[in-house]
Ligand binder design. Structure first.
Ligand code: NAD
Length: 286
């Protein structure tokens, strides 16, 4: 009112208008997002952040128990679908569910991933675990993109995200099979960006440093069964480099929010590292 009729007597106090103008912007208002591996860790944090920013979120996870618990906690804007990303039919159905339930899919976040047991050398490579990791971390991502593109291309818009890792930026930081899978995720994003951008679809990935989610802590428990869980969390946190801050799932979720939103409307084919600077200046010491 004050803007349109400059001399109008204000209906409310100045502080009320200020309060309105500083209300946090909801960057994903009315957007629909599907998040694989959304029942835990980074995916769960992304679901929370997306919903807080006005999105409807479908959590697609193999873990039914945690998936159902998560949507109960997140409220009416979250839905759970059982999805094993190694099964194309599960991913296809999850995408179709988004379209039938919410009429559209705006954001596809291919986040589900697993670690790999650590053999001491390439000579001990176990092909069964190699295939399993590739099936989830690489093939699952590729199939996720395929089905997201299937429904996004006709609308001429969409944002696709994937979770890679700093171990896909610098070799030799983690078990080789896992590292290879994350190099592949970054490669997928870079190689598909040119095709998808012709349809108005952006594709980007995020590479976090170590975060003590169940994913990492289960691994740590196996490597150091004699250590207390607090000590293990401390070890994981020590990989971090930024003084006074630990990397949290919410840090990755905020990066995902940026890439998913129109704030990143000209960002495509990018790998956004969330590592406190680790890959910029620590790599030589590692
Ligand atoms: P997490 O274990 O907390 O969550 C992973 C989720 O993926 C779980 O809910 C699990 O049930 C689900 N999942 C596993 N296999 C699946 C399948 N076949 N189909 C569907 N869902 C499946 O782990 P997180 O740390 O949140 O990991 C999420 C992603 O982040 C992974 O891709 C991981 O590689 C990546 N990442 C994690 C870290 C870290 O330090 N935690 C660092 C860099 C990258």
């Amino acid at each position: 009112l004050r803007k349109n009729i400059p001399y109008a007597r204000p209906l409310f106090t100045e502080s009320f208008y200020r309060l309105l103008s500083t209300r946090p912007e909801r960057k994903l208002q009315d957007k629909v997002a599907l998040i694989t591996g959304g029942a835990s860790g980074i995916g769960r944090a992304a679901a929370t952040t997306f919903i807080n920013n006005g999105a409807k979120v479908i959590i697609a996870d193999i873990d039914q128990q945690h998936g159902r618990e998560t949507v109960k906690e997140l409220g009416p804007n979250a839905t759970f679908v059982t999805c094993d990303v190694t099964k194309e039919s599960d991913i296809s159905s999850a995408v179709d569910f988004a379209v039938s339930e919410y009429k559209q899919l705006d954001i596809m976040y291919n986040n589900a991933g697993i670690p790999c047991k650590t053999p001491p050398s390439i000579v001990d490579l176990d092909l069964e675990s190699f295939d399993k990791v590739m099936d989830i971390n690489v093939r699952g991502v590729m199939v996720g993109i395929k089905h997201a593109a299937r429904v996004m291309i006709p609308r001429g818009t969409g944002s696709i995200l994937c979770t890679a890792s700093v171990t896909g930026v610098i070799g030799g930081m983690a078990q080789h099979t896992y590292s290879v899978s994350k190099f592949a995720v970054i490669g997928i994003v870079k190689s598909l960006a040119s095709e998808l951008c012709r349809h108005g679809i952006r594709i980007n990935c995020i590479s976090p440093i170590a975060i003590p989610t169940p994913f990492v802590m289960n691994e740590m428990n196996q490597i150091y069964p004699h250590l207390e869980s607090e000590r293990l969390v401390e070890i994981v946190r020590n990989v971090g480099v930024l003084k006074g801050a630990n990397c949290e799932p919410s840090d990755v979720a905020n990066a995902a929010l940026y890439l998913a939103s129109d704030d990143a409307r000209y960002v495509n084919g990018h790998n956004l590292v969330v590592d406190g600077g680790f890959t910029s200046f620590k790599s030589l010491e590692f």
